[in-house]
Design a protein around this ligand. Structure first.
Ligand SMILES: [Zn+2]
Length: 66
């Protein structure tokens, strides 16, 4: 993975390591141990976003570790 990202434990949004707060849900708990990335451009048109419960455009981890 070329990008240095961490995943929000609450909503699985991927944010830069230096970010202190999740821009999607406002959560402050992150993990560096995540796998798979899905990029959502238009949540209302995306089946993946609907299944994953994603409401905002962005990058999300498919799976996160504890
Ligand atoms: Zn979040």
């Amino acid at each position: 993975m070329a990008e240095k990202l961490k995943a929000c434990r609450n909503c699985r949004a991927l944010v830069p390591l230096e970010e202190e707060k999740c821009p999607v849900c406002g959560g402050t708990s992150f993990t560096k141990f995540w796998r798979g990335m899905v990029i959502v451009v238009d949540p209302s048109e995306s089946e993946v976003a609907r299944i994953m419960g994603i409401k905002y455009p962005g990058k999300y981890a498919i799976a996160i570790a504890r």
